[in-house]
Design a protein around this ligand. Structure first.
Ligand SMILES: Cc1cc2nc3c(=O)[nH]c(=O)nc-3n(C[C@H](O)[C@H](O)[C@H](O)COP(=O)(O)OP(=O)(O)OC[C@H]3O[C@@H](n4cnc5c(N)ncnc54)[C@H](O)[C@@H]3O)c2cc1C
Length: 482
């Protein structure tokens, strides 16, 4: 074990609403003159993957230093405040098989409660509008049989996509040569079925069906257990939410790590030699025996590596863009859609905004909706003004919930696609041909550099649960070498 260096001079400030950048400011010049700070393992990124890796390594007796580019922890999870409630501007929901995230919440004393799902969902696809109960979207009756067939085919492809190495499946190359869109055109004839699958892909991946490899989609569903689990509310990935928001789990993990976390410290370069690694940031250098990089591939590619990364790994980071997403919370005096017998869930191909869900507080003290601009609409609306987006959002909701939707008491949004340190969400999506050509580089260490982050997860890729699992895996890999 290297010299304990978990206690540099600065402290991570973690309170919600606190301006953390100022508190984390440090005399970089003096520290640089004193030489690099040291820890056994340097962790790049303080999202759920990085914080988990650091916790695990420290629990195993190793010293860690976590370097985070942003002025807060949490990465693609982030707190916001609307109508007196703390809400999640990034990751939010948890499902019953996301056992690592549920275990973390339990250990930290944070409760979850079910996503509101009482009443009927609304669907409006290919000109057919319906209210329905349960998890199977009620398309026009003549499309339902084909929809079931297509879902069955996706489930079969997902079951045949072996995680964690889907590129090894028989027929992987042929599937990877197709986008979801080209597969859909070959496997579905009904416009309503095509439109529904396109909308689901947007909602699940924040990307267009034409931008994602069909093998990657099958693997994504496989990592979640099944396609159905990805899209379901009850029993699926949208089953429950956290009292007070999921971000607080990241804040609590960082508080436990204390001064080992340094904010506002982007890793600019990583140099490795026979004895260790040096990670350079504008706040000085850190020296360790190993480094765990948890930044998603398009952000990890901004770091300068010496020696240069192998072509496989460098190629991968150039070919896994983040999806496009804008998340919006809207508060109302009361959840008036419940009075119409509605759950609040709306899936429509006539709106820019959507899908959206009920996110009213448990005590029903006011009404709240949460929803997304995903994929193409996020790309189209990211560069518009907040007022234009608000007008569009409220008009889209009013189309289904009536004029009361035009009188919110609060409006809050996060344009992830324009957040320079994050560059989008929810997850990086390989296009056609990427996984079969570059997939093996996803988790393969490069010398003393180990990779984590939800994109590298073996289960629940793209989700917080997957991020935690990836942090645990990377910590185990490095721990075995120390
Ligand atoms: C709008 C939205 C909604 C979502 N909804 C859900 C949901 O409901 N449920 C769910 O489970 N998941 C959801 N997700 C996905 C989930 O948030 C992510 O899968 C998860 O948070 C990823 O964690 P991570 O640690 O792998 O990566 P990140 O959270 O991205 O963490 C990586 C960290 O690395 C930092 N970093 C980058 N480059 C550097 C550098 N050079 N030096 C230092 N630090 C660097 C970044 O600032 C970031 O903090 C959502 C995401 C978004 C954006």
């Amino acid at each position: 074990m290297g010299r304990q260096a978990d206690a540099p001079t600065r402290r991570a400030a973690l309170g919600f609403g606190v301006g953390m950048a100022g508190l984390a400011a440090a005399p970089a010049v003096a520290e640089a003159a004193a030489g690099p700070r040291r820890a056994d393992v340097i962790v790049v990124g303080a999202g759920f993957a990085g914080l988990t890796a650091a916790r695990e390594l420290r629990a195993a007796g190793h010293s860690v230093a976590v370097l985070e580019a942003d002025d807060r922890v949490g990465g693609r999870t982030k707190p916001g405040q609307i109508a007196g409630e703390v809400v999640d501007l990034g990751g939010q929901w948890v499902g019953p098989t996301q056992t690592r995230l549920l275990a973390l919440a339990k250990a930290m004393g944070v409760a979850v409660y079910p996503q509101y799902a009482t009443g009927k969902n609304l669907i409006d696809i290919a000109g057919h509008r319906a209210a329905y109960q349960g998890e199977i979207p009620a398309l026009e009756p003549s499309a339902m049989a084909e929809f079931a067939q297509v879902v069955g085919k996706i489930e079969a492809l997902s079951a045949a996509a072996p995680m964690p190495d889907p590129w090894t499946a028989p027929g992987a190359e042929a599937l990877d040569a197709q986008t979801i869109e080209s597969w859909l055109l070959a496997n579905a004839e009904t416009p309503a079925v095509r439109s529904a699958i396109r909308l689901i892909v947007r909602a699940v991946l924040s990307s267009e069906a034409s931008q994602v490899s069909m093998l990657a989609f099958a693997a994504y569903a496989s990592a979640a257990g099944s396609f159905s689990e990805l899209i379901a509310t009850r029993g699926g990935a949208q089953d429950a939410v956290f009292e007070g928001g999921v971000w607080q789990l990241a804040a609590k993990m960082a508080a436990d790590l204390g001064p080992a976390v340094t904010l506002g410290a982007p890793a600019v370069s990583i140099a490795q030699d026979d004895a260790g690694v040096t990670v350079s940031t504008p706040k000085g250098d850190w020296r360790g025996r190993y480094v765990v990089v948890t930044a998603p591939p398009p952000l990890a590619s901004r770091i300068a590596y010496a020696p240069a990364l192998p072509a496989m790994r460098d190629g991968l980071t150039q070919r896994m863009p983040l999806g496009c997403v804008i998340k919006v919370h809207i508060a109302y005096a009361r959840p008036f859609w419940r009075e119409q017998g509605l759950t609040g869930l709306v899936l429509s191909d006539r709106t820019e905004f959507g899908p959206w869900f009920d996110h009213s507080p448990q005590d029903g003290s006011h009404g709240a909706l949460v929803g997304f601009y995903d994929g193409g609409p996020a790309q189209a609306w990211a560069d518009r003004s907040p007022d234009e987006r608000k007008t569009q959002t409220l008009a889209d909701i009013a189309r289904y919930f009536g004029e009361a939707a035009q009188s919110p008491t609060g409006y809050l949004e996060e344009v992830w696609t324009r957040a320079p340190l994050h560059r989008g969400g929810y997850v990086c999506v390989p296009g056609p041909g990427v996984l079969t050509a570059f997939g093996p580089a996803l988790r393969a260490p490069v010398g003393r550099i180990h990779w984590a982050g939800t994109e590298t997860a073996e289960a629940w890729v793209g989700y917080i649960d997957g991020a935690i699992r990836s942090g645990e895996r990377a910590a185990a890999e490095v721990g075995a070498l120390l």
